[in-house]
Design a protein around this ligand. Sequence first.
Ligand SMILES: Cc1ncc(COP(=O)(O)O)c(C=O)c1O
Length: 407
Amino acid sequence: MQLAIRGGKPICKPPFDRWPIWGEEEEEALLRALRSGKWGALHGEEVKKFEKEFAGFQGAEHAVAVNSGTAALQVALRAAGIPAGAEVILPAYTFVASATAILDNCAIPVFVDIDPETYTIDPQAVEAAINENTAAIMPVHFAGRPADMDALEKIAADHELILIEDAAQAWGASWRGRGVGSTGFAGGFSFQSSKNINAGEGGIILTCDDENIGLLRSFSNCGRLESGLWYAHYNNGGNYRMTEFQGALLREQLRRYPGQLEQRQKNCALLNEKLAHLPGISPLSADSRITSHACHLYIFRYSPPVFDMLAKEQFVKALQAEGVPCSGGYSLPLYEQPLFRNRNFGPFSEVMQAAPNYAEQDLQHTRTACQEQAVWIRQSALLAPEEDILRIVSAIEKIYENRHELL
Ligand SMILES: Cc1ncc(COP(=O)(O)O)c(C=O)c1O
């Protein structure tokens, strides 16, 4: 069979991944918010209800909805009182917002490597990076896979560090039966349009701590206190509030979510099983402590040597041509972004003089994931019927068999 990239017939047929998914329920919810005449969360009921519903879904005590996942992390870090110039440890394999939320609080992002078997932060690397200036650890539940919370909670407790979870991709994910996002001080989730629960933009912060929720609410609502007057501002917060339209939409998206999550998990299990048998392809390792994976991305590892040194970029292009909605993911470790390389820290430059020399950093597993190994399949494709998922497997087999055409 000729490869699609060489003019052959693609193995997967569109429409493979439809996103977003909505119906009359979402349309009615948006009209409900519109007709209420209360479009902001200060006066409406939709956001308040969504906060309760999402906290319940994730098993947290409290939630405060905000206008993005970035804002969720910024507010969580601010409310946690991370001092200016303190260090926050995070994985180098994550979206830029994990790190810029730290920078926005005038704190120093310290990147450490990922575990090559999980692609989440390596607890040993965290331990090695701790010094007297470390204030917090930010695990990222990347792709929807919970980071090793046993190890991270222990490290945080042993060193008296704040734990703030970047759960932007981890709705419904759980570790040993406990929903992620509210284990430490707080955790942030995203509802941006590529995400499994989508309102175009939006975010939420979860916590199980009664004191923290007051701070989180205050910092996301102009520093007000719930018990205080409208024109009384106690903290250096901002307006990070979600609109009622987002709240209404998200309530419906959340109602759809458990069924979608189950479908994605079923398909990921199928891919894990099938891909494990293909030459040069290996799924990430299983971990029985993960009781629910949110499957935002299905990530598998590609091995160029087994494909006679066909570069990952070429492999991904060939796979895309076969109709598989995939990408090579992040092409470089976060510390290699111009922002960090050029130390472009604007007003925080002086404080950031104490930051690591990012230009000299080289984290092997993150680099290998970016340059050679990681291939991502989008969450929307994971809602496909089983026969389409099996076509992904056939497409990879086809590329392997015809790899010489691409060399
Ligand atoms: C890991 C991670 N952290 C933070 C964010 C930021 O979320 P948002 O785009 O809603 O600001 C995202 C979203 O792209 C993300 O994937």
